[in-house]
Design a protein around this ligand. Sequence first.
Ligand SMILES: NC(=O)c1ccc[n+]([C@@H]2O[C@H](COP(=O)([O-])OP(=O)(O)OC[C@H]3O[C@@H](n4cnc5c(N)ncnc54)[C@H](O)[C@@H]3O)[C@@H](O)[C@H]2O)c1
Length: 387
Amino acid sequence: MIKVAIFGQGLVAAHYVAGLYRLKKGEIEPYGVPLAKYKLPYSWNDQEVVLSYDVDQRKVGKSLKEAVKEALEPVVPVPDEVPEIKIREGVLANSSQGLDKMFPIRGRDQEKGLKEAVEEIAEELSGADVDVVLNIISTEPATPFESIDALREAIEKGNVSAAQAYAYATYLASKKMGKPVAFINLIPTPLANDPAFVKLYEEANSLVLGDDGATGATPLTADILEHLAERNRKVKYIVQFNIGGNTDFLALTIPERNLMKEKTKSSVVEDILGYDAPHYIKPTGYVEPLGDRKFVAMDIEWITFNGLVDELIINMRINDSPALAGLAVDLVRISKALVEKGVKGTFYDVNAFYMKNPGPKDAKNKARIKAYYDMIESLKGLGILEA
Ligand SMILES: NC(=O)c1ccc[n+]([C@@H]2O[C@H](COP(=O)([O-])OP(=O)(O)OC[C@H]3O[C@@H](n4cnc5c(N)ncnc54)[C@H](O)[C@@H]3O)[C@@H](O)[C@H]2O)c1
């Protein structure tokens, strides 16, 4: 069994939970789970959600089943098998900017201080014998620490972001349990890209995967750029925007939060083309009636043979949250298999396919069509996939 803890019980988490228990019942096909056709040491049938945390006071104290129902029904049916565990209060740390304008928030660090709150959460994670942690809280502003000493000092002073606090609590829990834990960071906060966290996890034989799940337009842009690069076409510009109506997009209307997304999305251009073509790649707006099915538009021009100019225009509407939830189903089982093979710190070959900003620090983005096959080879080499 893989015991899973969730930080951030929002729309992605709701789709993960409902989809997982529907998969277990055989109610849906595993579409959107990239490695579904491969046999791994673990399947989705082995995943069980044992803990969930949030800071939205409307969710804290509710049962997981009730919160998932409220988020998804009547559009997606929520099976009875979804656990009735109570959603627990997380920490606000340095990450409350603007959230309180969207909903009432509270964190347990407000009363007892961050260090004590982190230790308490570590205690809960180890008490529940957690194997894998999914971090899917709202996008937050955060900077990497680079060194373990600087990170430890910031924890003492309570000067970290919420995701950094959860990653530290998970590290403490792993030490306490004496077993490896995998922390999957699906948001832009640099964790797999922060040498401090990678070293810390290495020391605990644990694994941090990240950063920022690659869904929507970014992996498609990466593959189109690869196509153009392979044919030596010279890209003149790339413009891409996303407009959505879910609370993730609402949170991104707060400038510091939007900046984090921009950072993780833009590295793709230079990494794949080898030069920095002029580009504008950002989530650009919140329009409530669009809901979770966001609107993406893309325009790319390039110079082809004999100096002529071609152009590609794409428009799409995509369900945002289920896309990431499908990746999470895979990442939970892959990360558990990886730590059992002794893989620790972070693991580029998996990050390069599933993440927008694959760690470790300075690792390059590559086209997902390449990353996919490289990952398959690497997992076969480790004996996680059948050769
Ligand atoms: N396809 C995608 O939807 C996609 C792709 C890549 C990354 N992401 C990232 O996943 C995250 C979640 O997206 P979502 O659509 O579920 O958003 P959401 O707004 O529905 O959910 C976020 C949840 O996190 C909670 N939260 C905020 N701060 C917290 C804290 N300090 N501790 C615990 N919980 C906290 C919020 O209350 C909310 O319930 C976002 O950061 C988003 O950028 C999403």
